[in-house]
Design a protein around this ligand. Structure first.
Ligand code: 13P
Ligand code: ZN
Length: 275
């Protein structure tokens, strides 16, 4: 059966749209940032023949828990700025090989391009998130400016960092009641940072890489984009608050408890003063 034009596939359109938005926001300079999006086989079948493997690309970690799964990913060294003009050069659809030692390329990543160098962090995070939420499909990394700046000026204790974000915008507690995970500074693209990110992802959908950027996870593109956008907005407000001379009043823990009750969310245990 004749396949449809993959450039019209909803998952390609979504990747184009989100990378364009992320670039517009200034969070993905040069090749900064990467996205992986778990696809269902039935989503790719109208566009691709799963038996037509263009090439196999080795991975430096064990992806066997994702064997047979399909993803659309951003390419390594590719600029989000360029994705909309040339999706085939900058994006790729891959399937994790049966032995978990590589990915089979089905579309895109032309001229021998390879998936993002952060594939260990992405795939290990997918494995971690799928264990707690079978609906999880998207992992997104970018260099959100104010969160990145805040990783220089704010205490990196997870509870302290989370509490400040919750206090900066009323919506924050509702959007990420589990808080934000914070790693130590680590070398990007390694299995070590992949394992550390995935370990945090078991508890929180947001993980800060100090002096580097942010990771987010969720069931769809809107959820992850919205999650990062909300935390980044709080970090932006924090930047203004500091520039305006510091906090004179904020949202009290009592208010945060009332908010949690009103929206039916459970704040991370121990992060708010007991009522
Ligand atoms: P890639 O171009 O390999 O995706 O790397 C970008 C990045 O942000 C590394 O952390
Ligand atoms: Zn990065």
């Amino acid at each position: 059966m004749k396949k449809m034009d993959i450039l019209q596939a909803p998952f390609v359109r979504e990747m184009v749209e989100v990378t364009t938005n992320l670039y517009r926001l200034g969070w993905d300079e040069r090749n900064g940032g990467n996205i992986s999006y778990l696809l269902k086989k039935e989503e790719i079948l109208p566009f691709l023949d799963p038996n037509e493997v263009l090439r196999t690309i080795p991975m430096i970690f064990d992806g066997s828990k994702l064997a047979g799964k399909y993803f659309i990913v951003t390419g390594s060294g590719k600029y989000f700025k360029n994705v909309s003009a040339a999706p085939t050069d900058n994006l790729g659809v891959v399937r994790v090989s049966d032995d978990g030692k590589g990915v089979e390329l089905l579309w895109g990543l032309t001229n021998d391009a390879v998936p993002t160098s952060e594939l260990p962090s992405h795939f290990m995070s997918h494995i971690a998130r799928l264990e707690v939420d079978p609906e999880n499909r998207v992992i997104m990394h970018n260099h959100a400016s104010h969160l990145l700046a805040m990783s220089f000026t704010h205490n990196l204790d997870e509870k302290a960092f989370t509490r400040t974000l919750w206090q900066m915008c009323t919506e924050c507690l509702v959007v990420f009641p589990e808080g934000i995970g914070v790693l130590p500074w680590l070398v990007p693209g390694t299995n070590e940072i992949g394992k550390a990110t995935a370990a945090k992802m078991k508890e929180t959908r947001l993980v800060l890489w100090p002096q580097h950027g942010i990771y987010g996870a969720g069931k769809d593109m809107d959820e992850v984009f919205g999650l990062i956008e909300t935390a980044e907005k709080a970090a932006e407000v924090y930047t203004y608050v500091c520039a305006q001379g510091g906090i004179k009043q904020t949202i009290s823990d009592e208010n945060l408890w009332t908010l949690a009750d009103a929206f039916g969310v459970i704040p991370k245990e121990g992060y708010l003063e007991e009522r």
